[in-house]
Write a protein that binds this ligand. Structure first.
Ligand code: HEC
Ligand code: HEC
Length: 449
């Protein structure tokens, strides 16, 4: 009997001590700075708080920042005029929402007022009028596109990272839903969108070809593909005549992965500066002297793309937070019932065993810790795209979240239509002698990652 109150006292005492401990812990950064002005201690509280803030800012940048690339998409290409159409002060037919959805643009349902959502569900919205597209742009509801309107006139358009590296969950209708940041938009047809631009002289001048040729090249890319090297080396077609464009990869699941892009251009931050400046046309500093190689990158070298120094730098101040955001985006787990669990379990054993996949796709990163590149000969494929990068190699693709980007095929150019085709390639190239069952089990395992 007597021990009960004292136990209660003990618990109360313990709770008080714990509360004081948490308080002291949360105040500790301030205390550390106060007692020693020379360095900041990194308490876990402080690290988590700073990281959360950085990730939040990085998300804003990823979704909404154009880095001033309106200078390219509006002032140079005049793409805004093609979107508006002649009736609304632009040129041509304009881009109505049906066309926009058909070329893979996505609509963020969270930006739509409730009345508009209801009207959309009822089918009461005119999806054949460019004016509706402009209204969506005014609501900031088109994923990865930022439009500015003056009255009913679209005065500028710019693009963000989310254009290619986000999609939506189709919760309201196909192409209209909640954002899925980091997912590769394999419906998006960037080439067809750019080809709409009334002024393609930026391309004709850099490449030294006529407009019809530029349009033919852009229209050859196809959905889910973009050619980040076109304006560096001027190569538009593979030796076999196919388009030189590559698949848009996801921008999630990248933490722990050393080199990025299909051909291993660099780390996340290298590539972010590169893309924002050279691909999106944003105003940023970029230093990559590898681009001064006239034989490999004739267009880039002739135009000094390896050393870009604008007066105003809208990219560099964003890079740290942008990187934090991408590192924080985990690859989404495969939905239950989207694969055969038992077969996947068996496939896992093949992956690390007789399939020898784990030699390069080292779990749990599924790429090599270290220098994650391989020669075309090692991979048993042609060297065309590898030689358009700085390392003559292909990067071991991280495989987590593979199930989110099965559209458009596999490998950098989508040459293998299915996962089974990928496995058949390895089976032949590495003489694996896998049985039919083993191959099917491997497919189920890949679908589960
Ligand atoms: C027009 C479409 C497009 C836009 C806009 C775009 N990207 Fe990409 N991104 C690509 C393509 C295509 C690749 C593959 C390039 C290659 O390997 O040649 C890529 C590659 C990447 C990679 C490498 C992924 C990996 O698996 O290694 C990252 C990271 C990335 N982009 C982030 C970004 C960020 C951040 C932005 C905005 C600053 C951005 N991208 C804007 C199309 C785009
Ligand atoms: C020698 C290293 C190596 C081995 C062994 C290897 N891979 Fe790969 N894997 C790569 C590289 C490099 C790529 C990227 C190829 C490209 O981009 O063209 C890749 C790409 C892939 C892709 C396509 C990913 C995508 O996003 O398109 C899949 C799937 C894949 N590998 C599965 C496997 C399986 C299954 C095995 C075992 C049977 C295996 N790999 C063995 C290096 C390897």
């Amino acid at each position: 009997m007597l021990s009960i109150p004292s136990t209660r006292d003990g618990i109360a005492h313990g709770l008080l001590a714990a509360a004081l401990g948490v308080l002291a812990w949360s105040l500790s950064p301030a205390l550390a700075v106060a007692s020693d002005g020379h360095f900041r201690s990194h308490s876990l509280f402080q690290v988590v708080r700073d990281t959360t803030r950085a990730v939040r800012r990085g998300r804003e940048t990823f979704r909404y920042d154009t880095f001033g690339d309106e200078a390219f998409w509006t002032d140079t290409l005049r793409l805004h005029e093609a979107i508006a159409g002649a009736d609304l002060g632009g040129v041509g037919d304009g881009v109505d929402p049906l066309t926009a959805l058909a070329v893979g643009l996505k609509v963020d349902v969270r930006k739509l007022p409730r009345s508009l959502r209801r009207a959309l569900r009822r089918g009461d919205v005119d999806l054949t009028s460019p004016a509706t597209t402009l209204a969506l742009l005014q609501l900031d509801a088109v994923v990865g596109l930022r439009g500015t309107l003056n009255g009913d006139q679209l005065t500028s358009i710019g693009i963000t990272c989310a254009l290619c590296h986000s999609t939506v969950d189709d919760s309201l209708a196909p192409g209209i839903g909640r954002r899925l940041d980091g997912w590769a938009n394999r419906d998006l047809n960037p080439g067809v969108i750019i080809a709409l631009a009334p002024d393609l002289s930026a391309f004709t001048n850099l490449l030294g070809v006529d407009e019809a040729t530029v349009k033919a090249v852009l229209n050859s890319w196809g959905p889910g593909k973009f050619d980040a090297s076109l304006l560096l080396d001027g190569k538009a077609f593979r030796p076999d005549g196919g388009s030189a464009a590559v698949l848009i990869p996801p921008a999630f699941g990248l933490a722990g992965v050393n080199l990025h892009t299909w051909t291993g251009w660099g780390g996340i931050s290298h590539w972010n500066a590169f893309v924002a400046t050279l691909e999106m046309g944003g105003q940023g500093t970029l230093y990559d002297p590898r681009l001064n190689d006239f034989s490999r990158f004739p267009v880039a070298a002739a135009n000094n793309f390896g050393n870009v120094r604008p007066e105003v730098d809208r990219v560099t101040p964003k890079l740290a937070d942008l990187q934090m955001y991408q590192l924080a985006l985990q690859a989404p787990g495969a939905p239950r019932n989207s694969f055969d669990r038992q077969a996947a379990e068996r496939g896992k054993a093949v992956f690390s065993g007789s399939g020898d996949c784990a030699r390069c796709h080292v779990p749990p990163l599924f790429t090599e810790p270290g220098w994650n590149l391989h020669t075309p000969v090692e991979m048993g494929i042609d060297a065309f795209q590898a030689e358009r990068g700085p390392e003559d190699r292909y990067r071991t693709a991280p495989l987590r979240g593979l199930w989110t980007h099965t559209k458009g095929g596999f490998y950098h150019d989508g040459r293998f239509a299915t996962l089974l085709d990928v496995i058949e390639h390895y089976d032949a190239h590495f003489d694996l002698a896998l049985s039919g069952d083993q191959k099917n089990d491997l497919v189920e395992y890949l679908k589960s990652l």
